[in-house]
Design a protein around this ligand. Structure first.
Ligand SMILES: [Zn+2]
Length: 101
């Protein structure tokens, strides 16, 4: 009954998780027909600096959503993004969140 995979005409993305430091993150390929084009590497490892106590918290960012709240491991302060930012990584992280990279 199954007669193989249907031919994909539209480009789509496929992702591979990178687990080897220091490039912990996600590598995305854009597939066009049978062509595989390596496109972007999204870094998921991020360091948040607490605006309250200055503690640096290493965090792994989620790929499917933005993290709006974050609680500092040291002082317990609940951190929210600055006005205009989509998540705490954009406000206090070393790099922007995956949707902004
Ligand atoms: Zn703190």
């Amino acid at each position: 009954m199954a007669s193989g995979r249907p031919q994909l005409s539209r480009p789509y993305w496929t992702a591979q998780r990178l687990s080897t430091p220091p490039s912990l993150g996600l590598r995305l390929w854009r597939i066009v027909g049978n062509q595989e084009q390596r496109c972007i590497t999204v870094e998921l490892q991020n360091v948040l600096t607490c605006p309250n106590c200055g503690e640096k918290n290493a965090r792994e960012m989620p790929t499917d959503s933005c993290e709006y709240f974050w609680t500092c491991e040291k002082c317990g302060q609940r951190i929210t993004p600055l006005p205009g930012d989509c998540c705490v990584y954009c406000s206090y992280g070393e790099r922007k969140c995956p949707s902004k990279q």
